[in-house]
Design a protein around this ligand. Structure first.
Ligand code: ATP
Ligand code: MG
Length: 373
C-alpha cells in the first residue's frame, strides 16, 4: 500500500493525518514496517492487531515520543518531523490513564491549561464544560482513587480533550474496564467524540471494540498494515487468510482454481467432496492455489442431502453448543476436516441434530471469499 503525501503541504479532509512509508527499528527488531495510511478529518480510526504487532509504537510516533527510522508523518498538512510532543496538535490518552493521584478531578482536568498560563476564569469555564461533556461534573472534588475505572477513564478523556487537540490518540482506552461496562462505555465514547468533532486514532487488540467504535479499521500484523476498511468491509471481504481469521472466526478451505470466468470461479479442495462455486471472478492463473473463507453463519445445517454438484457436503455433528440466540455446531467432514457452523435458533421445541448425527452442510454462491493461499 503506498500513497504519495500531499505535495503542496495543504491538507484535504480525506488525508487529515498522513502516515507515509513509516518504519521503526529497535536494533534488530523492526516494530513498524513501511506503513502508509491516511486518516480522515473527524473520523474514529482503529489500529487493530495482536500483542506486539506495533500498534503502540505507531501511536507513539504520531505523538512524538518516538523518532521515525524512515518515512513521514503529516497532520493537517504539516510535517511533524522535528516537532517535539508538546508542540504537536496531538493529545495521547494512555492505557493507564496516568491521572495525578493527589489532585482532584477538576485539578487533573485543568492541569494542561494551567501550564499554558491561561486566565483562571477561562480555565474554570473550560473545565466545567469538559466535565459536563463526560458527565463527571458531580465528581469534580473527588480524587482518582475515589472513582470507578469507568469514571477515571472519563476524567482522562476530559483531560485529553480540554486542550482541543486536532488529533486524539487513545491507547487501549477500555483495557482497565470490566467487560460489562465496556460496551456501554464504547458507545458513550463515540458519542462524546462526535460531539467534540475530533479526529481520533485508537489502538486496540479487541476486534469487537474496533468494530463497534471505529468508522474504519486497520488490521496490523508483525509491524505491517494488512488491510484498511470499514468494519463490514474487512469482515465480509478480507484480503488475506490472516485478516479472515483475525476478524471473527472462519473456516478455510485450501484448494485450487479449476474454472475462472468473469462472473464465477470453481475451486476444488481436497477437504470437500464437491467443488466450491463462488459468484465472482478472480484474477489469477488456472490451477492457482487459493484458500476459500466460509464464515460459520453462512453455512446452513440441514437434514436432507441438497441437490446439485457444488457447495454442499455431508458432515457428522461432533458437538453442538447451544448459545440461546444461536447454536455453534462443530462438525467433521468425511475428509476429516473440522468445520464450524453457526445456526440461528429454531422455534422452541424444534428438534436439533445432536452429537453423532449425520447432517448436510450447504452454502450460497456469495458465501465464499477467495483468498491467496
Ligand atoms: N523501546 C523499545 N525497545 C525495543 N523494542 C521495542 C521497544 N518498544 C517496543 N518494542 C518492540 O516492538 C514491537 C512492537 O511493540 P508495540 O508496543 O508497538 O506493540 P503493541 O502492538 O502495542 O502490543 P500490545 O498490544 O501488547 O500493547 C514489539 O516486538 C516490542 O517488543
Ligand atoms: Mg501497546
Amino acid at each position: 500500500m503506498s500513497e504519495s503525501p500531499s505535495q503542496t503541504g495543504a491538507s484535504d479532509d480525506a488525508r487529515f493525518v498522513q502516515i507515509v512509508d513509516v518504519v521503526k527499528r529497535y536494533g534488530e527488531t523492526t516494530a513498524v514496517r513501511d506503513v502508509s495510511v491516511s486518516v480522515r478529518r473527524n473520523e474514529l480510526f482503529a489500529l487493530l492487531g495482536s500483542s506486539g504487532c506495533g500498534k503502540s509504537t505507531l501511536l507513539r510516533m504520531l505523538a512524538g515520543f518516538e523518532t521515525l527510522s524512515a518515512g513521514r508523518i503529516l497532520i493537517d498538512g504539516q510535517d511533524m518531523a522535528d516537532l517535539p510532543p508538546y508542540r504537536r496538535p496531538v493529545n495521547m490518552m494512555f492505557q493507564s490513564y496516568a491521572l495525578f493521584p493527589h489532585m482532584n478531578v477538576a485539578a487533573n482536568v485543568a492541569f494542561g491549561l494551567k501550564q499554558e498560563g491561561l486566565p483562571r476564569a477561562d480555565i474554570r469555564e473550560r473545565v466545567a464544560h469538559a466535565l459536563e461533556l463526560v458527565q463527571m461534573s458531580r465528581y469534580a472534588g473527588r480524587r482518582p482513587d475515589q472513582l470507578s475505572g469507568g469514571q477515571q477513564q472519563r476524567v482522562a478523556l476530559a483531560r485529553s480533550l480540554i486542550k482541543r487537540p486536532k488529533l486524539l490518540l487513545l491507547d487501549e482506552p477500555m483495557s482497565a474496564l470490566d467487560k460489562q461496562i465496556r460496551q456501554r462505555t464504547q458507545i458513550e465514547l463515540v458519542e462524546i467524540l462526535k460531539q467534540v468533532g475530533v479526529t481520533c486514532i485508537m489502538v486496540t487488540h479487541d476486534q469487537e471494540e474496533a468494530m463497534t467504535m471505529a468508522s474504519r479499521v486497520a488490521v496490523m500484523n508483525e509491524g505491517e498494515i494488512l488491510q484498511v476498511g470499514r468494519p463490514d468491509e474487512v469482515y465480509n471481504y478480507p484480503n488475506c487468510r490472516f485478516v479472515a481469521q483475525f476478524i471473527g472466526s472462519t473456516n478455510l478451505f485450501d484448494g485450487r482454481v479449476v474454472e475462472d470466468e468473469p462472473d464465477h470461479v470453481y475451486v476444488e479442495s481436497p477437504d470437500l467432496p464437491r467443488r466450491l462455486y463462488i459468484n465472482h471472478g478472480i484474477t489469477g492463473p488456472l490451477g492457482m492455489a487459493v484458500s476459500v473463507s466460509l464464515r460459520p453463519e453462512r453455512i446452513a445445517v440441514v437434514d436432507q442431502p441438497p441437490t446439485g454438484d457444488f457447495n454442499w457436503t455431508e458432515a457428522r455433528v461432533a458437538n453442538r453448543a447451544y448459545m440461546g440466540a444461536y447454536s455453534h455446531y462443530h462438525l467433521v467432514l468425511p475428509s476429516g476436516k473440522a468445520v464450524t457452523a453457526q445456526v440461528s435458533s429454531a422455534m422452541p421445541g424444534e428438534a436439533l441434530p445432536a452429537a453423532g448425527a449425520t447432517v448436510y452442510l450447504r452454502w450460497g454462491a456469495s458465501a465464499g471469499v477467495v483468498l491467496p493461499a
